[in-house]
Design a protein around this ligand. Sequence first.
Ligand SMILES: Cc1cc2nc3c(=O)[nH]c(=O)nc-3n(C[C@H](O)[C@H](O)[C@H](O)COP(=O)(O)OP(=O)(O)OC[C@H]3O[C@@H](n4cnc5c(N)ncnc54)[C@H](O)[C@@H]3O)c2cc1C
Length: 474
Amino acid sequence: SPASATAAAPPGGAAASADVVVVGAGLSGLCAARDLVAAGRSVIVLEARERPGGRVYGMPLGDGTTSEGGAEFIGPTQDRIAALAADLGVGTFATYNTGKNVYYRNGKRSLYATDGLLGAVPPDWGVFDLQLALLSLGNMAKSVPVGEPWKAPKAEEWDSQTFYTWSRSNSFSNGARFLMDAFVSSTLSVRSRDVSLLYVLNYIASAGNESSPGKVDRLINTRDGAQELRFVGGSQEIPVRLAAKLGDRVRYNAPVRSVGVRDGAGGGVTVEADGITVTARRAVVAMSPAIAAKIHFTPGLPASRAQLAQRYPMGSIAKFVAVYDRPFWRDEGLTGQAVADSGAIDATFDNTPPDASRGVLMGFVNQSNMRRLDAASPDAVRAAGLDSFGKLFGEKAKSPVRTAFQRWDNEVWSGGGPVGVAPPGVLTDFGEALRAPCGPVHWAGTETSGHWTGYMDGAVRSGERVAKEVDAAL
Ligand SMILES: Cc1cc2nc3c(=O)[nH]c(=O)nc-3n(C[C@H](O)[C@H](O)[C@H](O)COP(=O)(O)OP(=O)(O)OC[C@H]3O[C@@H](n4cnc5c(N)ncnc54)[C@H](O)[C@@H]3O)c2cc1C
């Protein structure tokens, strides 16, 4: 990694000033900084961790290699992350998707092809029921203005119920209900009961670009969907290279503790981080609302923003990875993708590197599964992960060369993932505060994006949006 990626903040309370101080060197903060620098502004980025990327991270496998521990996939209409990767010379390759997927339900394992009409949806008894429900969701999502769900004609009604409530009154089979819960688990890593129907509809509406409206299929599919491609060398190559371009403008090990808004002549902000105080004309806070709430603001933020931050929890998520000599499931005609209704892991992917020099299986430990493992020892986590892989991919899966586990719910500077979600009542009463600047303080982060909120693409878009906003305000 570049020298700038490891340099600590100057010791002893150094002082610096810039036009703009960006808090957070995730994709959103780095993109904001890149565009502001390109616009001729001086910028300092303060990052709490010793590395860039935030929720994009190469998890060490213990053998000198890494596997995507956070964000991993990109797909069609995710144009801004695609453009950024291309700019930085980071290539893509297709997620392994040849063969059949595994479906594990009610103690029974079955295989299914994904090139039929249903795409990645497993054929359960409830499948027609499910298709009707998905069709309704798709139609409802069409009336949600992307990124402004509170303006949907039925916003009040849809934000007054959880996705659970809606899914139970709009389906009758256990199969359809399970698969709708699986949809929410695999996209948001929360349970259907945790999230507002309006939030889910906005998520569907946001899964597109300016010319292709969002749709459910694009969220869940591998082929033609958000899981279609991976990055050569791992997704962390993108923030690492972007941060290297910004050089020593990015200061690591510099958690921001307070942001003070100065009045009087010129105004501006004084931002105090461990080891450095930065004065600037504008600040960009580039992270999820829940994590931004750890920063002390003086004077206090407007209630709309302060209360939004109290109501926007992160999903509970981890990735469990097992490494094998070879991707043995491919020999058996399996994609490595699975959906399961029991065990610690409810969704899997083939995380093998492009040269297939070893086989890597990745399993998501989502929502309540993660919450239940909170106090589990590393041995217990490994046993639970391998038990899941064994059920889904057979005995061989129980004897990996090594395993690795990346939790996000206990990461101080993430608080969970993949994204902050809104329970009922939040988007309609507080949603506008997601992006509205508070004096010289501006907000970025994937949670603020219209298109592809929750994804790397949304993070990039939010950084680009906030850079324009700040540049115009300076
Ligand atoms: C397990 C997992 C799987 C995912 N899978 C995918 C996927 O396949 N595809 C996809 O597109 N997206 C995926 N995502 C989502 C994706 O990672 C995020 O949407 C995106 O990375 C968010 O970027 P961001 O800049 O908005 O926020 P972050 O990445 O959270 O960046 C915020 C930054 O601010 C820093 N910070 C926090 N507090 C402070 C402070 N007080 N002072 C200074 N710095 C601070 C943090 O350390 C961090 O670097 C996944 C996420 C997770 C966790």
